[in-house]
Write a protein that binds this ligand. Structure first.
Ligand code: BG6
Length: 489
């Protein structure tokens, strides 16, 4: 579907997200001829830059994030023609007319205000946009995470933004939903009949969802220290993946059909009992260690770190969904920084055979399906097969589907897809206000428990899979994390 003409306004337009992700994403779409000729991108920030100064910042900070094979200077120059810069203090209403002057007054031009700013500014910006007469019916607003820091602040953001924009104009972004494999998970579940009959407690033993990063906090200490792994990753990315894995088939792919089903999952998550808070939630913090052979400092020794910080850089949770489909099936969710590997995957493990007709006593591994989001996107179905030759010996084999190999067409980054969806007004991959609140509602007891707890997060060495307590969490159920069950190389 061709896009209508647009003015895209990036608040935080000189910032890290704009430079690393948003501008490169828009360049890629421009390169693919997906943008209307007169569409414009207006970056907004506090720095008193002229357009020329801003363009130098873009050259230095955004251009290096474009993949070499995608870069062509003619196309880059054409893209740069679309860019403009406005100095604006988001909390000062008197600075908004300068932005108003740049926007086209034409109801067929879509207006998008992308708020890549701290959430404390969301309400102020929306109110100031409204006062300046800019929040028109052809406008949309995109809210970047973190969307609040607890249930109360999320509700407040929803209420305040909701006074200016209607729900159909609000795009709460979670970039994990824009990833190719997450979309493929929908295709796998609802584009095939094979899996649906098995996708339930009768056949599935457990589900693991891991997002592991080798990276540390880098230069984001100010933000991360106040967030931690639970707010940064679990409340949003991990829970969104859980929703896609566990939701009932929606009646269509229309935004509310999908979002209704995701909401039901969030509302069916078993609430934490005091005992579950102690046993089913593990938090850790990395100490020094080696990642990929390189020595790295511990979290408390990172640049700008608080030497007595209690912020968690790792979290593992056992979640349960109280529905007929999922009762009794544990969902283990885990994420951490400075881990042994960088990967994001969903592992669906099926039950043991009800009865084996083979004499072989051991080695009959249950089937499993691995949905890999990162680093390489693909599916792996683990089956048992007979080894060639005399006798009946079974051995696990892997059926692999590598999306890159199968589909040679260029991939789209998550932000490219999501920005296009905003420009098209397509809300399916964005969180609705009630979803956001339901996710906070579920994690909030954990936050309160940690605040009241005297213990620090459990230390783990950088370059490992987190604290041993995370293995014990899953081990108590007689299970292992996937990497623990793989044969040593
Ligand atoms: C962001 C978090 O939302 O997701 C970061 O704030 C994290 O801390 C990042 O590194 C991970 O995203 P991806 O796409 O690199 O897996």
């Amino acid at each position: 579907m061709a896009l209508s003409d647009f003015d895209l306004v990036l608040f935080g337009g000189g910032g890290d997200l704009a430079m690393r992700k948003l501008l490169p994403a828009m360049y890629n779409r421009d390169r693919a001829q997906a943008l209307p000729a007169t569409a414009r991108i207006i970056c907004v920030g506090r720095q008193p830059w002229s357009r020329e100064e801003f363009m130098r910042v873009v050259e230095e900070n955004a251009k290096p994030h474009i993949a070499e094979k995608m870069f062509e200077s003619v196309l880059w120059n054409r893209f740069c023609e679309r860019l403009d810069y406005v100095t604006l203090d988001a909390s000062d209403a008197s600075t908004y007319p300068a932005l108003a002057e740049k926007l086209r007054i034409d109801s067929i031009v879509t207006r998008v205000f992308y708020l890549a700013t701290p959430p404390s500014l969301f309400a102020t910006i929306c109110n100031n946009l409204a006062s300046a007469g800019l929040a028109t019916s052809n406008s949309r607003v995109v809210l970047e995470k973190p969307l609040g820091r607890d249930l109360a602040s999320a509700k407040q953001i929803n209420a305040e933004v909701g006074r200016v924009f209607s729900e159909s104009q609000i795009f709460r972004i979670d970039h994990y939903l824009g990833k190719e494999t997450v979309q493929n998970l929908l295709a796998l579940r609802f584009g095939n009949v094979l899996f649906e009959p098995l996708w339930r407690r009768e056949w599935i033993s457990d589900v693991q969802i891991t997002i592991a990063e080798q990276l540390g906090v880098g230069n984001r200490m100010n933000y991360y220290e106040t967030a931690g792994a639970l707010r940064d990753m679990l409340q949003n990315h991990l829970l969104q993946l859980l929703c896609i894995v566990a939701m009932e088939p929606p009646v269509s792919s229309a935004a509310d059909a999908v979002r209704d089903e995701k909401l039901k999952v969030l509302r069916s998550l078993k609430r934490f009992t005091p005992q579950a808070l102690t046993h089913n939630v593990i938090r850790g913090q990395y100490r020094s260690g080696h990642v990929g052979g390189v020595a790295v400092p511990g979290y408390r020794k990172e640049q700008d770190a608080n030497p007595t910080s209690r912020t968690e850089t790792f979290v593992a949770v056992k979640a349960e969904i109280d529905t007929w489909r999922w009762a009794g099936v544990p969902f283990y969710l885990r994420t951490g920084k400075r881990m042994a590997d960088s990967l994001a995957e969903v592992v669906v493990r099926f039950k043991q055979l009800p009865h084996s007709i083979f004499p072989q006593a051991s080695g009959l591994a249950p089937n499993s399906l691995i949905i890999r989001l990162q680093p390489d996107e693909g599916l792996q179905l683990n089956l048992m097969a007979k080894t060639p030759g005399d006798g009946m010996r079974l051995k696990p084999v892997e059926l692999e589907l590598d999306f890159r190999e199968t589909f040679k067409t260029p991939r789209m980054e998550a932000y490219e897809r999501l920005l296009l969806d905003v420009l098209r007004g397509q809300l399916t991959l964005f969180m609705r206000s009630d979803e956001l609140e339901a996710a906070w509602e579920w994690v909030e007891p954990v936050l309160k428990h940690w605040e009241a707890e005297e213990d620090d997060p459990i230390p783990y060495a950088a370059g490992t899979w987190g604290p041993a307590a995370a293995s014990a969490l899953i081990g108590r159920d007689g299970l292992q994390w996937r990497e623990e069950s793989l044969p040593e190389l």
